[in-house]
Design a protein around this ligand. Structure first.
Ligand SMILES: [Zn+2]
Length: 286
């Protein structure tokens, strides 16, 4: 993998590069350790909080130009303990191809608690990302509905949930939500709604309304994990709009970890912070 973080408690992670790693760690222990005659380099896996070893930091590797991080199967004092169970369920090593929405982990460990705190602290960014990939404006009442559902479903224990995919898993586990009266920003979705819902229209406020009795709702399905050709994790889910029994719009959403990280790394004044959203999340997840 090509990502790492410096502490188990961190939400943010970094893209691995030799210069970046040196700057971030200042070449200090526990990231730089001498073992016999060798200097070894360590960090933390952003998805499972286990130690990782950085390979090829100072020496060019034969099979790749870039250093990479590999799970390390022993605890590193002052950095991270090795947790076999977390390693075995780490999506960066073992992407799950057979995820079921109803699968839950039997126990809540520190990692699952961290999923909840990350989601809560960054909930305004989660709401912002939702608007971008769905084209639907996230209102406070919609957020509240989805939060209630996430809590009832124990979303943090879902087997496909990790420390890096909270913004997507959060909506994935929600029940279907009505589209009536919602502000639709995505022109493609606007067009589908106008064409395929017999009495559907988008009003001057860009709200979707219909005069008939059709039930129109959106939902998410088919969360999948796989490995990319460069050995990184790829996660997708389907965004579906249904009118009565017919699916009238469908698109694949690829989890964009980098975008979420960029939002977290942007200073507060330069990103769309909405404290009422994080306050709302605190009420349910705090
Ligand atoms: Zn891991």
């Amino acid at each position: 993998m090509n990502i790492y973080k410096l502490k188990t408690s961190e939400t943010n992670y970094k893209i691995l590069s030799s210069e970046g790693f040196e700057m971030a760690t200042k070449k200090l222990p526990p990231y730089y350790e001498k073992q016999e005659k060798h200097e070894l380099h360590f960090a933390v896996c952003p998805a499972c909080n286990n130690p990782v070893q950085i390979i090829g930091l100072n020496k060019k590797l034969q099979h790749t130009d870039h250093p990479y991080a590999k799970h390390y199967h022993k605890s590193i004092r002052g950095l991270a303990p090795f947790d076999k169970e977390a390693f075995e369920s780490c999506s960066l090593v073992h992407p799950r191809t057979n995820l079921s929405k109803s699968n839950r982990k039997p126990v809540c460990t520190e990692r699952e608690k961290q999923i909840l705190s990350n989601l809560q602290e960054n909930f305004d960014q989660v709401a912002y990302l939702f608007q971008l990939y769905s084209g639907i404006v996230m209102t406070k009442s919609l957020a509240e509905e989805m939060l209630k559902w996430y809590v009832a479903e124990q979303g943090h224990l879902y087997k496909g949930a990790s420390l890096i995919n909270a913004p997507w898993v959060f909506v994935y586990l929600s029940k279907a939500q009505s589209l009536w009266g919602r502000i639709i920003k995505d022109p493609e979705l606007q067009e589908a709604l106008c064409k395929k819902v017999p009495t559907g229209l988008i009003n001057e406020r860009k709200q979707f309304i219909s005069k008939g009795s059709e039930k129109i709702f959106f939902w998410f399905a088919g969360h999948k994990q796989s490995k990319t050709s460069d050995n990184f994790l790829k996660e997708t889910m389907q965004f579906i709009v249904t009118c009565d029994d017919e699916d009238i719009y469908k698109k694949t959403i690829t989890f964009d970890y980098e975008h979420f990280q960029n939002l977290l790394n942007t200073p507060d004044e330069k990103r769309p912070r909405r404290e009422n959203f994080t306050e709302l999340a605190k009420k349910y997840l705090g």
